[in-house]
Design a protein around this ligand. Structure first.
Ligand SMILES: [Zn+2]
Length: 425
């Protein structure tokens, strides 16, 4: 017993060393930030490189460097320019892609900002940006060279805003690094922001499975300063001058609190080790949003903010889908029912083997009938991903379905744990 655990420990140490050596042979201990512009309409998309910048330190993973997660609509791959070897990849979603499903996108071409982070390469590299189409197939939209000695890569110094470490449990590669950033807080409201960030963070880590994973996360808060307090409500004709330009009524949906200013958001936390950004908006009105590997945005003082932060962070951290649906929802056809969606917590049953089939008993009835008795039973229930028919979820209720749910369904929990493992093991 003792011998085998020593052996296991030695193997783990060796693996860790190999990962570090692999990292060191390709990358510096710095971050390459790639600012992009995504533009187009409901049918077309163009991706442009806006700017590269560099900051000290790398908060992302140093293991699984070329191991791709099958998540997200977007895929960014960095290759060594001389050998073509994949040295890093990352997956993400874009607010632009959500906008493409709106009626406005049928009428006009618009541009959105996107920011991606990479470890800073030691040698010349090439980054490709791919997006899945409605058919689920990837297409390349940008191929951008990176010359690490390029004089136009802008150095970013550490943000000058006041910071507070909320929790620190290990090095940046042992832990996932979250940063909370203030939006709509004036200079005089910095203490309120730190208080709000600590409160929301306690809410997040009181929730399963984050409660058991707390030691895998480092958390910092940055009190970015806005000239006005609060946020904008375009539907009420209220506009505020705030640092990150957050507002309700995103895509004309009243509760959708978002910002398209990804450059400003990332600038506000520059130099702080971060992999996930949670923007805390100084408002008591219900709202928020979460874009996978881009950012989470939440209202600070709504009475349900303690729940919204968990739901939206699950979008941003693990790309979990909304499990809710309403008859006649305008988003009814957001997912293509002819293919299996990449989101781990919904299925079209096109390729259910890839989803939670392994968690069900062999004799499980698929799909599962609703009943009072099956309320807490894992199954395959019709309705999810905004669609009443043709998309299925694993439990009648879940944090990704309603605010009344007590916790995440086991499928969502497994997906969240998998991402933590991927980033830290
Ligand atoms: Zn779920």
């Amino acid at each position: 017993m003792i011998r085998s655990s020593i052996l296991l420990m030695l193997t783990l140490i060796t693996l860790k060393m190999t990962a570090q050596q692999q990292y060191d042979s390709f990358f510096k201990d710095s971050t390459l930030r790639m600012d992009l512009v995504l533009a187009g309409n409901d049918k077309t998309m163009q991706v442009y490189l806006h700017e590269y910048s560099k900051s000290e330190g790398w908060a992302g993973r140093r293991n699984n460097l070329n191991k791709q997660q099958n998540l997200g609509n977007g895929l960014a791959v960095m290759r060594d320019a001389s050998t073509g070897e994949i040295i890093y990849s990352t997956v993400f979603c874009a607010l632009f892609a959500e906008w493409q499903a709106t009626d406005e996108a049928k009428e006009v071409q618009k541009a959105f900002q996107q920011v991606l982070l990479f470890p800073f390469p030691k040698k010349n590299a090439v980054i490709t940006i791919d997006f899945r189409g409605y058919d689920g197939i990837y297409q390349t939209y940008l191929k951008a060279p990176v010359n690490p000695n390029d004089i136009l890569i802008r150095p970013k110094s550490i943000t000058s805003y006041k910071k507070e470490v909320i929790q620190k449990h290990g090095s940046t590669d042992e832990c996932v690094d979250i940063v909370y950033v203030a939006e709509g807080y004036t200079e005089a409201e910095q203490d309120k922001f730190f208080h709000d960030a600590r409160r929301l963070n306690s809410d997040l880590f009181a929730h399963e499975p984050f409660d058991k994973l707390k030691k895998k996360f480092n958390v910092t808060a940055v009190a970015a300063v806005s000239s006005e307090s609060g946020t904008s409500y375009p539907g009420k004709g209220v506009w505020k001058s705030t640092l990150l330009n957050a507002h309700y009524d995103t895509f004309y949906s009243s509760r959708y609190l978002m910002s398209n200013q990804m450059t400003a958001i990332n600038d506000a936390v520059a130099g702080i080790p971060y992999e996930q950004i949670i923007v805390v908006v100084n408002t008591p009105v219900y709202g928020g949003g979460g874009i996978f590997n881009s950012h989470t945005m939440i209202s600070a003082d709504d009475k349900q903010s303690n729940i919204i932060v968990v739901h939206e962070f699950a979008h941003a951290f693990a790309g979990l889908a909304d499990e809710y649906y309403y008859p006649g929802d305008v988003m009814e056809n957001f997912y293509n029912k002819k293919i299996e969606p990449w989101e781990e917590n919904i299925t079209t049953l096109v390729d259910f083997d890839r989803k939670w089939k392994d968690m069900l008993p062999n004799d499980a009835t698929i799909p599962t009938k609703f009943s009072e008795n099956s309320k807490l039973e894992l199954g395959v229930y019709e309705g999810g991903g905004y669609a009443t028919f043709g998309i299925y979820r694993s439990m009648q209720d879940c944090r990704m379905n309603t605010n009344k749910a007590k916790t995440f369904c086991p499928v969502c929990q497994r997906a969240l744990i998998r991402v933590v493992d991927y980033l830290t093991k």
